[in-house]
Design a protein around this ligand. Sequence first.
Ligand SMILES: [Zn+2]
Length: 135
Amino acid sequence: MDTVDRERRHAVMARVRTSGTEPELRVRSIVRSLGIAYRLNVKKLPGKPDIAFPRLKKAILVHGCFWHQHPGCPAAKRPSTNIEFWNAKLDENIARDIRKYENLGAQGWSHLIIWECQIKDEARLLTIITDFLSK
Ligand SMILES: [Zn+2]
C-alpha cells in the first residue's frame, strides 16, 4: 500500500468522523438565518435527510465529496489501492443515494444536495439554498 494514498485516506476518514456535522452545521446556520421552519434528520423520510422543510416538501442533503462521490470533484478521487474494495463500497453508496432521491421524489419531495466542497463559499451557498427554497 503506498503511503501517500494511505495518509490521504486517513485524512479523509478523520474528517468524516470528527465532522460529518461541521458542513451540516454551516448549512444549518444559513438555513436558520432565513427564518423558514425546518426539521433535522426526519426519520420517517427516505434516507433521513439532514434538513427538511415539511411545509415546502423540500429536503437538503449535505454530502461528503468522497463517500458520496461528488462527480468531477478532486476530493472524490478513488483510492489507488484496494481498488475492488473501494469500487464496491463507493458504487454501493452511489446506488443507495439514487434510491434515496427516487424515494423522496415518489413521496412528493424535492431535494438539494450540498457538497462538502461547496461549504467554503458562504455567499454562493446562501444563493443556492435560497434559490432552491423559493422555486
Ligand atoms: Zn466536491
